[in-house]
Design a protein around this ligand. Sequence first.
Ligand code: 5AD
Ligand code: SF4
Length: 473
Amino acid sequence: MMDRLDTEIAETPVSGREAPEQATSAAPSRKVFVKTYGCQMNVYDSERMSDALSRDGYTATDSPEDADLVLINTCHIREKAAEKVYSQLGRLAKLKKRRQSEGSDFMVAVAGCVAQAEGQEITRRAPVVDVVIGPQTYHRLPDALAKARTGAKVVETDFPVEDKFTALPKAPEKVIRKRGVSAFLTVQEGCDKFCTFCVVPYTRGAETSRPVDAIVAEAERLAAAGVREVTLLGQNVNAWHGEGSDGREWGLGELLRRLAEIDGLERLRYTTSHPRDMDDGLIEAHRDLPELMPYLHLPVQAGSDRILKAMNRRHTADDYIRLVERIRQANPDLALSGDFIVGFPGETDEDFEDTMRLIETVGYAQAFSFKYSPRPGTPGADLGGHVDEAVKSERLDRLQALLYRQQRDFAERCVGREIDLLLEKPGREPGQLIGRSPWLQPVIVNAKPEEIGDIVKVRITKAGTNSLFADRV
Ligand code: 5AD
Ligand code: SF4
């Protein structure tokens, strides 16, 4: 998912792979097709929704044609994503008509951040939709579907007091195994930072942290079902905090130390972090914990202090550069990844050159970069000085060329290195498996299917366009 330089947020169609195979025996048998857009947290949420639906007898299908329920988990971070949802709903309207004429009670549900932001507007613009459900209410999805079966349109977009994680069923071991040896685990949600370009504080709500016990229990279940790598998720994951088993307030660094003790969990990652929340405990974890992979996604967005201020980022370019120096002192092998926005309102050529200079100074192994897209309701959208689309495109091209060069250079520097590789899934060619390097690059190596889940020693032999090649040692 994070293996390319892209202008879009990672889009992950995970259709049909989430719903548990085994339905409860009492429930009628139904099929669900799940389509997931957006970030890793949406992938995680789709899995949780599938777990909830399995109680109602739903099993996964790869084809919407075959489904009784189509569930679209949406992303609202940039404009194009929402528009894509509406055009997909247009296509589903035809399918629904056909399925209904065949006697099916075919239903369509829209979940995620577009659901949260647009609410009722979705059922108005796309009458094909039966249920609209926000990211904080999706534990109520089975009830909402039951209500919709009586003919009502159901819109559930409040921020309920109950904790959805407590209300959701746990995935059975067999389902976890099927999902693979690397898993996501949400530990934090929402954001209080209010960057002026971003919808997240409005769609995902205020910052909340899940309690230590719940996180440890979920991680133990994952490990017991063969998961070797866990990526902790949060919109602002390094703002996570909670009461530790010693009664003290823990930060993410302490949580990672606790998770590293779990038998079978060999690798830990976390994403996405804000520079302001990179505290000493977390930096020390990068120094001390071999389980914590030497990779950090630390978005800076821009390199001009004027623009950073207008973005309400709460840090300067120099703060960021000094922070990166401290992190690299703690772990010199750490690779950095970032997010960049070009063409924020008021961005001049000079501001843009500051961003280019920051990239040169920091050096990124991986990056995601975007043209600024005004989001209704965010302060950025109301600012003057919107940048011409052609200028945005030209800046994005230059920025991506530089980032791509850095990514290539980093990959070339990996050639010859001996690394531990977690074998995750079959490669394109028979006899090959794909794993992730410690720095999250896909690595292709000759190995047998039964070795999936093993961590093996390999030497990187070649850097391809999007992946590395390696030999066993
Ligand atoms: N326009 C362009 N990019 C955006 N991002 C968030 N909001 C916007 C927007 N309005 C980018 C940021 C963020 C990433 C997930 O998406 O770079 O870090
Ligand atoms: Fe959005 Fe991240 Fe800023 Fe929060 S910290 S407002 S999620 S960009």
